[in-house]
Design a protein around this ligand. Structure first.
Ligand code: C2E
Ligand code: MG
Ligand code: MG
Length: 325
């Protein structure tokens, strides 16, 4: 397959990816194909030529195999309230204070257990269910924020918005409506949008994001560095914050190239007045390096893993107490 093919005089090269599943006692044909498909998705996501299905590899993985069915279950599940938000802190690298938290959706699936977003968001984006999910998540996050315990510092919440939502004509109006419905200050909400989404339909998304920013809502460009921003567009990005993608952050300590990329993004961000967030900090060395390099905010397993709301409030309380000491 690596050999180029000539079709009507045009030389074509193909790239092949493989998803492999091995037949085990419980597998019928359909299941086997689903697992191979899940492995293929994994290979694609990881940029590998080949991946082998491994049912034991963590939250949500098992659900990828049922991706197609899950999509049809999503709408009724929303009505039944099967989704919950987990929270992961965003920490100021300057003084260690909590600058907010990112709300990450989880599906408490009655058959499959707790599923992470990678198991159902991509499919929901393909068949249009993701908008309902996004609105539900936004409202859940704002409702939670509206009854924040009084003894905790006022903090903000970041919600991931699917690129498809940006195309809804009443997107801005619905966000602002939700914010005022829950009586939360506009400045406490950050919307995280992937870089590729902002680049896709620049004029329309620019307008929407600018209006929201004018109203006081923050906009964060998620997974920054993976979405082909042109440098020309960079300076006009309708954003307050850039979140440097995990793939650069995780290699920072050992890879000079990644260090240069992160350094350059930090420098550019400073020049153009963006706040910088590094996601996926998994060890102390990386955290220290980022602080030295002048990154504003950090997020990652080394600081805390995403956690259910009660645990998050406990974590926050303990963190505030330890800072006061
Ligand atoms: P994201 O917005 O880039 O979120 C960060 C993801 O990285 C989260 O995965 C988080 O658990 C994970 N993460 C955080 N720190 C570390 C670390 O130190 N190391 C590693 N390896 N991973 C870390 P999660 O919760 O599985 O979310 C995956 C993606 O799903 C998110 O990526 C986001 O794009 C999407 N997502 C999450 N919640 C929602 C939602 O409510 N709506 C939509 N449309 N998408 C969502
Ligand atoms: Mg995010
Ligand atoms: Mg991200």
């Amino acid at each position: 397959l690596a050999e180029p093919m000539s079709i009507d005089g045009v030389l074509l090269r193909s790239q092949v990816r493989q998803g492999v599943a091995v037949s085990v006692a419980d597998s019928d044909g359909k299941r086997l194909l689903q697992r191979a498909h899940a492995a293929l998705s994994r290979a694609r996501a990881d940029g590998e030529d080949l991946a082998v299905f491994d049912g034991a590899s963590g939250v949500g993985e098992a659900a990828e195999l049922g991706g197609w069915q899950l999509a049809t279950e999503l709408a009724p599940a929303l009505e039944r309230g099967e989704f919950e938000l987990w929270y992961q802190p965003k920490l100021s690298l300057l003084d260690g204070s909590v600058s907010g938290a990112e709300a990450l959706v989880r599906w408490n699936h009655p058959r499959l257990g707790l599923l992470g977003p990678n198991a159902f968001v991509p499919q929901a984006e393909q068949d249009g269910h993701v908008n309902a999910l996004t609105w539900s998540v936004l409202n859940m996050a704002l409702r939670r924020l509206s009854d924040w315990p009084d003894d905790l510092p006022v903090s903000g919440i970041a919600v991931n918005v699917s690129p498809l939502c940006l195309n809804e004509t009443d997107f801005v109006a619905r966000v602002l409506e939700a914010v005022s419905l829950w009586g939360v200050g506009h400045s406490r909400l950050t919307l995280e949008i992937t870089e590729s989404a902002v680049m896709r339909d620049t004029a329309a998304s620019d307008r929407a994001l600018r209006t929201l920013r004018d109203a006081g809502v923050s906009v964060s460009i998620d997974d920054f560095g993976t979405g082909f921003s042109s440098l020309g567009h960079f300076r006009h990005l309708p954003a307050d914050e850039l979140k440097i993608d995990r793939c650069f952050v995780s290699r920072l300590a050992n890879d000079e190239g990644s260090r240069h990329i992160v350094g350059t993004v930090l420098h550019l961000s400073r020049c153009f007045g963006f706040r910088t967030v590094a996601e996926g900090i998994e060890d102390a060395v990386t955290l220290e390096r980022l602080a030295e390099m002048g990154c504003d905010v950090g997020q990652g397993y080394h600081i805390a893993r995403p956690m259910p709301v009660s645990q998050w409030l406990q974590w926050l309380r303990a963190h505030v107490a330890s800072q006061a000491r």
